[in-house]
Design a protein around this ligand. Structure first.
Ligand code: KIV
Length: 272
């Protein structure tokens, strides 16, 4: 059954996303790094824009996100905000800018001052005191668990996480602790479908998935992946431009498929 969404006409806020989770309705996240793409996303019913540090790869041509700086994130966030008055603006804190609570506060404050509405941090249990401090200071946080690309060298590459019992238990505990510390959202990347479901069921804040199966409260994809611009797309990528002809319809169809439970399919996801 099609869950046709009425057009978004009012600014998306964190309480609105929290309400969608409470009502069991899915929402949609896409990355953007510039004004034009942000405008297209704004006009096609997407609730959240992620100014992702994936821009290190998609825009800057690096083979990881590690070279991205806070100044890069500030520049791209300013471009995106001009084109996107409606979606919530989530911004990645880049590599090694949140190693201590004080560093995190300084870097996050710079992003919030220029218009970020929530910051995303990659990590594990060590993130919890940082989340608590940022939340206390009025900075909403999305905690990114699972495959955390800023840790690719430690992880040995871009690999599915949480396949062992202890890895899965740790991720669930970290997600619960993040919520208790004040996180407003969780993002799970490359996590087995059953584990992502367990986490989404056991926390009350929205859980966004990428390569985490169909049970999360929201899905995110990198805009280049839905436009067929990625040379070696990941398993979870889906080219919507090939089927739908224009960037606008590609974006809209991705959103509709997420809301209708048509994306992701099992072949976009991972098992334990
Ligand atoms: O940087 C990014 O675009 C991300 C997504 C892949 C979730 O973190």
């Amino acid at each position: 059954m099609t869950n046709q969404q009425s057009p978004i006409t009012q600014k998306i806020t964190l309480p609105k996303l929290q309400k969608l989770k409470a009502e069991g309705k899915k929402f949609v996240v896409l990355t953007a790094y510039d004004f034009s793409m942000a405008s297209a996303i704004n006009d096609n019913n997407i609730e959240v824009i992620l100014v992702g540090d994936s821009l290190g790869m998609t825009i800057q041509g690096h083979n990881s996100t590690l070279p991205v700086t806070l100044d890069d994130m500030i520049y791209h966030t300013k471009c995106v905000i001009k084109g996107a008055p409606l979606p919530l603006i989530m911004v990645d804190m880049p590599f090694a800018t949140y190693s201590t609570v004080q560093d995190a506060l300084n870097a996050a404050a710079q992003l919030m001052r220029i218009g970020a509405e929530i910051v995303k941090l990659e990590g594990k249990d060590w993130l919890i005191p940082i989340i608590a401090k940022l939340s206390e200071q009025g900075i909403p946080v999305c905690a990114h668990f699972g495959l955390t690309p800023q840790f690719m060298h430690q992880l040995g590459g871009f690999k599915v996480q949480g396949r062992t019992k202890s890895g899965a238990d740790d991720m669930l505990n970290n997600a619960k602790a993040a919520e208790t510390a004040g996180a407003k959202m969780i993002l799970l990347e490359c996590v087995p479908t059953d584990l992502a479901k367990k986490i989404a069921d056991q926390v009350s804040i929205p859980v966004i998935g990428i390569g985490a199966g169909k049970h999360t409260d929201a899905q995110v994809l990198v805009i280049q992946d839905i436009l067929g611009l990625t040379k070696h797309p990941a398993r979870f990528a889906k080219n919507y431009l090939a089927q739908h002809g224009t960037i606008q319809t590609a974006i809209k169809t991705f959103g509709q498929e997420v809301r209708d439970g048509l994306y992701p399919e099992p072949h976009h996801s991972f098992e334990s």
